[in-house]
Ligand binder design. Structure first.
Ligand code: NAP
Length: 542
């Protein structure tokens, strides 16, 4: 056997193979072609999952016509067997037969799992390899371990691409995958990524480490693995086609971070200001895991969110005086020598929207809540000369914060008896599907009501305040201002605030519309695409 065929790899390289491949699934040829037709203009690189078809052999003539009609398309044929996590119930011989036919139907690439490869005769594999570019793949659904051993086993067989897909159980697994890609991509044409919610780093940065391409789902709702990113997110938000060795890496780190709007906002800011940087969502289950990644990748800056805002402080080399006083940090900068510097931009996030509307010196401000954000607000407002009152569900916490920030504690029962210039909600009450208000209507005795909750945009508190003709400040303003300050610290450029606010509000609108649509649909009538791609857990891919 040949050591490694370069015929197809060279040809594919000449075509400038895109970095992004989209799986196409469907129960029959018509459904699959319909999906492919809708994708091909923006995503000409597609993987046709023949194993999803009830009758793959009879579908091939139609797929052949599609490929003839779309010479711009580069298509991979995959017919993964059920034992390897696919849906095909046939034998290895039947799988081979289908892939040979696929090659003859115009598929320039075929994908074969290592187990199938190992079961084939040398001459059969050679025959397949003569007719199409061969991708030998291996999937590990549990961990990111023994990558070297897997490659050693795979490279016994000649192929155009070796694809290794593992599962990230922590952030550092991404580093393991990328180091592996860096070590082998000079010798082999490699494709590598980590599945799982924590695999996002490898999905975006794997191409920089040497993965020839990566995979993205067709649409939200068609993800075939936890943590899978849609092709449009990879292209538009993470700009995967332009990620290169000079791209600086930033991210939001916390647990959970799945719903965070920071990637949408910060990537839009980087794009707008032409900063060669990418901003990722880093689901860190421990600070130790996060810090190991920060130093190895290396990550230039972090937005820190729950539950690490306080714990990160002791890991910092230095921070500004206010951050030290508050004892919580939401922004980290990693200098070239690896030292970590911390800032708290939540303070600016609360103060800037207020200062755009009133003078804080002498203003009476009621703070509801005594958690991390309330802390930043209390110290910041006090610094600006405001008269701050804190109330909280757990009075002892409000009393302690009031003592530390040298402001006043107020019993909840006394709130209705007082009037304020500003009331700030620094609790999660009203967030998401929680349609409650942290205060009653009679307690809203203020000129301004600032709800730090920003999902949904119109919380019950905001609605109540509007009904009383009070001026409202939505939580989105804090979100944008704290992000703008982070952008400025990291890039040294003024933040494109209007652009940041625009993308966040558009994303919130889209998510609200999607949720409303989902709620309206009886479960039996949910989108057919979802039904088409739903797989048993073990078959989850990329
Ligand atoms: P945190 O540290 O967990 O503190 C939460 C505070 O809310 C605590 O004082 C807690 O009271 C109180 N609380 C929680 N559930 C409550 C309930 N059901 N009823 C009454 N009080 C309740 O959270 P954080 O980091 O300060 O964040 C607070 C909120 O601010 C977040 O949920 C988020 O919506 C918002 N936020 C907005 C932005 C933005 O950019 N707009 C940024 C960060 C946070 P106990 O002391 O009694 O537990």
């Amino acid at each position: 056997m040949r050591a490694s065929s370069s015929t197809y790899a060279a040809r594919i390289r000449r075509f400038r193979l895109p970095r992004l491949c989209m799986p196409v699934v469907g129960p029959d040829a018509s459904a699959m072609i319909e999906r492919a037709e809708s994708m091909v203009r923006d995503n000409p690189f597609m993987e046709f999952r023949l194993d999803y078809l009830s009758q793959p052999a009879t579908a091939l003539p139609k797929l052949k016509s599609f490929l003839e009609m779309h010479p711009e398309a580069t298509a991979i044929a995959t017919c993964r067997r059920a034992v390897n996590g696919g849906k095909f119930r046939g034998s290895v011989a039947a799988e081979l037969n289908l892939l040979l036919k696929a090659a003859d139907s115009g598929f320039p690439l075929v994908d074969l799992e290592l187990q199938s490869v190992a079961a084939l005769k040398t001459e059969d594999l050679q025959e397949l390899s003569n007719r199409a570019g061969l991708i030998i793949s291996h999937h590990n659904f549990r961990s990111t371990k023994k990558l070297e051993e897997q490659l050693a086993e795979m490279s016994k067989y000649p192929a155009d691409f070796y694809k290794i897909v593992s599962t990230a159980t922590n952030l550092y697994d991404n580093v393991v995958m990328m180091k592996f890609l860096e070590a082998h991509s000079a010798k082999h044409e490699m494709v590598g990524l980590c599945m799982g919610e924590q695999g996002i780093i490898s999905r975006v940065l794997g191409v920089r480490a040497g993965s020839i391409f990566t995979f993205g789902a067709a649409t939200r709702g068609e993800e075939t693995a936890p943590g899978q990113v849609t092709a449009s997110e990879l292209r538009d938000t993470y700009r995967i086609e332009t990620v290169d060795a000079a791209t600086q890496v930033y991210g939001v780190a916390g647990d959970p971070v799945e719903q965070s709007l920071s990637p949408v906002m910060m990537n839009a800011a980087f794009r707008r200001e032409a900063v060669n940087a990418v901003y990722l969502s880093l689901h860190a289950k421990s600070l130790k895991d996060l810090l190991a990644c920060v130093h190895t990748i290396p990550i230039r800056g972090l937005s820190i969110t729950m539950p690490y805002k306080q714990d990160i402080v002791k890991e910092l080399e230095n921070s500004d005086p206010l951050t030290r006083q508050i004892g919580a940090c939401n922004t980290v900068v990693r200098s070239a020598d690896g030292k970590l510097y911390g800032f708290n931009t939540d303070v600016a996030g609360v103060l800037v929207p207020l200062e755009q509307r009133l003078h804080l010196a002498g203003a009476r401000v009621l703070l509801v809540g005594a958690g991390g954000v309330a802390r930043a607000a209390a110290f910041g407002l006090k610094f600006k000369g405001a008269e701050v009152f804190i109330t909280n569900r757990t009075p002892e916490k409000a009393q302690a914060l009031a003592r530390q920030a040298k402001v006043k504690y107020i019993k909840r029962a006394d709130v209705a008896k007082q009037s304020f210039d500003v009331i700030i909600n620094a609790t999660p009450v009203g967030m998401g599907n929680n349609k409650q208000s942290p205060l009653e209507e009679k307690e809203l005795n203020a000129k301004f009501v600032f709800d730090l909750v920003y999902v949904p945009a119109e919380t019950k508190l905001i609605k109540m305040a509007r009904a009383k003709n009070l001026q409202v400040i939505p939580g989105l303003e804090m979100f944008v201002q704290q992000g703008a300050r982070q952008f400025e610290i990291w890039s040294g450029k003024p933040a494109p605030i209007a652009e940041m606010a625009y993308v966040v509000s558009k994303t919130l609108e889209r998510r609200a519309a999607e949720e409303a649509l989902e709620e309206k649909k009886p479960s039996a009538k949910r989108p057919s695409a979802k039904k088409v791609v739903r797989k048993p857990k073990k078959t989850a891919r990329r």
